[in-house]
Design a binder for this molecule. Structure first.
Ligand SMILES: [Fe+2]
Ligand SMILES: [Fe+2]
Length: 193
């Protein structure tokens, strides 16, 4: 599924279940960052009209996800906590060398976004299948469907704007690199931890 080379260890869900407040907090920030990424792509690449149009739609969708998660936090009687570093993303975005043409930079950012969406989608699917709390499981099932569409959209734009063969090679290399990062993760109550 999703081309990922290493599935998440299902025991990660047991860690998450012990601390729903932390996972929801981390998750809320993932949605906020997804919103910010979409805005930032608009600002950096305004001449890519089709991308701009899709990013506007994405901003609305991701901020509505943020609200869904925030509402869940409030329903439980909690208050949104502070953001934490996302080690997974910080490591992932070191893969491609900085610089290059505008198109190259765009392709790299689209591939990072596609991968983060794909891994989030895989994590949401696991939560939707394994969580004891059936209401929360259903919440994650609905989000999983959205994130799968985002993954396809980002990868599709990368292939559309870059050289198809080159992009496919980069995507595959990035997937390999991501699998290496994942080997040391699945140990904490964060969406990518
Ligand atoms: Fe989202
Ligand atoms: Fe997304």
């Amino acid at each position: 599924m999703l081309g990922l080379k290493l599935p998440t260890d299902p025991r990660w869900v047991n860690i998450v279940e012990k601390n729903i407040e932390d996972i929801l907090t981390d998750h809320a920030y993932c949605e906020q960052k997804a919103t910010s990424t979409a805005i930032s792509l608009i600002v950096s690449f305004p001449e890519y009209t089709e991308l701009v149009q899709e990013m506007v739609a994405l901003v609305k969708e991701e901020i509505s996800h943020f609200k869904m998660v925030h509402d869940k936090i409030l329903e439980n009687g909690w208050t949104l906590g502070r953001d934490r570093k996302d080690e997974y993303v910080l490591q992932l975005i070191t893969f491609f060398p900085k610089g290059g043409s505008r198109t190259t930079q765009l392709v790299h950012r689209l591939l990072y976004a596609a991968l983060i969406e794909a891994r989030s989608c895989e994590r949401f699917r696991l939560l939707s299948e394994e969580l004891e709390d059936k209401e929360l499981a259903e919440f994650y099932r609905r989000l999983m469907v959205s994130e799968a569409n985002h993954y396809t959209m980002f990868l599709g734009f990368a292939r559309q704007y870059g050289d198809r063969k080159e992009v496919d090679k980069k995507w595959n290399d990035l997937l390999e690199f991501e699998a290496e990062i994942m080997k040391n993760l699945s140990k904490s109550e964060t969406i990518h931890g």
